[in-house]
Design a protein around this ligand. Structure first.
Ligand SMILES: [Zn+2]
Length: 339
């Protein structure tokens, strides 16, 4: 398995995250990447990705959104604000909303959720994360059987034109689009992060060429709350190509596997030529954000089941916040996959 990592991803290190009414140390920290990097060293030395350019980003993101991410910090600092760029301002209805020129208003316009800050180096780190996913997709398109993109900040919450949930660019969507652009007629995305991949769903919701399946904590009780329900099945040409499997609190592995097998059925029938896995290990039972009962050995079994698709596979790192076990948990899934 090829492994990709860009050290510039460490540059994104906000001072705080808004959680439970407090500004706390962010769950999503640069140390996560180092813990994972250490734990997957047995798979091979990580390669640094090349720069795929801004054009690659606008294959799945709105150009004005990418421009906002690039310009945000400078405009925020110019306004004289003392901290990282965060706002509580959100449009009441984005479909009707005017995008203002003031950076505080723009920040809310391009966010769907207010917990995640933008710093002077966030865009640089997010681009490095995107390049990491694109390099993994490129390696698989060029013949590698599988690749692991050690991405952070993560990506699956980031929508076509809105960031949030620690995600600034959608790495998995970029990888899937890159596979399409390099010749795969159909690509499947399997999102096993504890949280629904609302951003990936949003990006491919109208499309029949990219199948999206997500297994996650019921959004009635878990972030991102407003999307991820089973009745969201795609729209227009994309109708029938989006499948959500929301699972209740205290879901045990047997029930999780039932959802996995249902998703696997959709993926097999779809006839994908390549698979992108949004790999979040925050499904782990001791993760501070999880309410599933999924053990460390279960993670190995998940990797083994993913290998049974026998498809060219790109793993894209998403969440996972049980820091002491984080690296080992990622290695468990990948080792289960490689056998
Ligand atoms: Zn997550």
């Amino acid at each position: 398995m090829r492994v990709f990592f860009d050290p510039a991803q460490r540059l994104h290190a906000p001072v705080a995250e808004l959680y439970g009414g407090q500004l706390i140390d962010p769950f999503e920290s640069p140390q996560r990447a180092d813990r994972i990097l250490d734990a997957v060293s047995h798979l091979g030395t990580a390669s640094e990705p090349r720069d795929f350019g801004r054009e690659a980003l606008t294959r799945v993101h709105a150009p004005d959104f990418v421009a906002f991410l690039e310009e945000c910090w400078e405009a925020w600092a110019a306004e004289g604000f003392a901290g990282d760029a965060m706002t509580a301002a959100m449009p009441p209805d984005r479909r009707e909303a005017h995008c203002p020129s003031h950076i505080e208003g723009r920040l809310g316009y391009f966010a769907f959720s207010g917990e995640s800050a933008i710093t002077s180096t966030t865009f640089k780190a997010a681009r490095a994360s995107a390049n990491t996913a694109l390099a993994a997709a490129e390696a698989v398109a060029q013949g590698a059987k599988s690749a692991f993109a050690l991405c952070r900040p993560p990506g699956h919450h980031c929508m076509h034109a809105q960031f949030g949930g620690y995600c600034y660019l959608n790495n998995a969507a970029l990888a899937a689009q890159a596979m399409r652009d390099s010749g795969a007629a159909q690509v499947a995305i399997l999102d096993i992060d504890f949280h629904h991949g609302n951003g990936t769903q949003d990006i491919f919701y109208d499309r029949a060429d990219v199948l999206f399946c997500s297994i996650h904590g019921d959004p009635d009780r878990a972030y991102p709350f407003y999307l991820g329900y089973s009745e969201e099945v795609g729209r227009g040409a994309g109708h029938g190509f989006n499948h959500n499997f929301p699972l209740p609190e205290a879901t045990a592995f047997a029930a999780w596997l039932e959802a996995f097998e249902a998703a696997a059925g959709h993926i097999s029938r779809f006839g994908a030529e390549a698979l992108v896995v949004s790999l979040g290990v925050d499904i782990y039972e001791s993760d501070p954000q999880s309410f599933f009962r999924i053990s460390a050995p279960n993670l190995f079994e998940i990797g083994r089941r993913i290998a049974q698709f026998s498809m060219p596979t790109v793993f894209v790192m998403e969440g996972g916040y049980a820091n002491d076990e984080l690296g080992a948990n990622v290695a468990r899934v990948l080792t289960g996959f490689t056998g």
